[in-house]
Ligand binder design. Structure first.
Ligand code: ADP
Ligand code: MG
Length: 251
């Protein structure tokens, strides 16, 4: 297992935001964490990536207990994340942005700038740009990009660091149906190469189109876990959540 969460709990005062949540994620799998607003999805994420310390429970990454480790340490171990609103250094060009991400993975490559090592790095940067359909935009400042392309820069930069687990909290928020499907298709392609992906998502077309497994959180508790098919048919899930949103396909 790439990621194993056991008995995770986190309260804010009297609010039990995450309450005894357990699930596991294997290499090559895409797991969608869904649930109504306030269900505890983001809190759960933040406990997994190290932004928040849970009150109890455990997070294991590749068999190592990382519950007490910080964000930067988990990132170095191979845990990457993207943000609900793409976080990109907008003054850089697309190429510079991905190159910096590569350098962050390998500080030695950074020191080789201007030498033969750089040419190798440039080829790798180019490969990432092509993989994420960014080659034509390579020399444009990120500032000029439309949002879906900016989101691809964020994703390419996260993945250029060669993580083994990718965490995405509402990756397609605010995107059109076509754009969110295009983005998730790129993520799926990385999963096919072995990346483990955990994401939260409100758009049911994305959940049912891309997740291998779905976990449903309601008021901090996991009420169901299974294949998209099992979740779609689960009466408790329909009553608690899907009943109101399953038909909401968005733009
Ligand atoms: P979701 O991402 O599923 O919408 P959240 O994890 O953001 O849910 O929130 C779960 C619950 O915890 C909500 O009741 C929310 O108001 C509360 N909460 C989240 N973060 C904080 C915080 N930093 N301080 C206090 N309460 C919080
Ligand atoms: Mg949230």
């Amino acid at each position: 297992m790439k990621l194993r969460v056991s008995g995770l709990s986190k309260s804010f005062g009297a609010v039990r935001a995450v309450d005894g949540v357990s699930f596991a994620l294997d290499a090559g799998q895409m797991l969608a964490l869904i649930g109504p607003n306030g269900a505890g999805k983001s809190t759960c994420f933040q406990c997994i990536n190290g932004q928040l310390r849970p009150d109890s429970g455990r997070v294991e990454f590749d068999g190592t207990d990382v519950t007490g480790l910080g964000v930067a340490t988990r990132a170095r171990m191979g845990m990457a994340r993207t943000f609900q609103i793409a976080q990109v250094a907008v003054s850089l060009t697309v190429r510079q942005h991905v190159a910096l991400a590569l350098a962050a993975r390998d500080p030695a490559a950074w020191r080789r700038l201007g030498t033969r090592g750089l040419r190798g790095a440039q080829e790798e940067v180019q490969a990432w740009l092509e993989r994420f359909e960014l080659a034509a935009l390579a020399d444009r400042p990120c500032l000029e990009l439309p949002y879906p392309e900016l989101k691809r820069v964020e994703l390419a930069s996260a993945l250029a660091q060669r993580p083994r687990v990718l965490l995405m909290d509402e990756p397609t928020a605010g995107m059109t149906r076509a754009d969110r499907r295009a983005l998730m298709a790129l993520v799926k392609q990385e999963a096919a190469r072995g990346l483990a992906v955990l994401f939260t998502e409100h758009s049911m077309d994305v959940v049912f189109g891309f997740a291998d497994r779905v976990a449903v959180l309601v008021r901090g508790r996991l009420v169901a876990q299974g294949t998209p098919q099992q979740i779609a048919e689960d009466p408790q899930v329909r009553a608690a959540y899907l009943g109101t949103t399953a038909v909401e396909e968005g733009a």
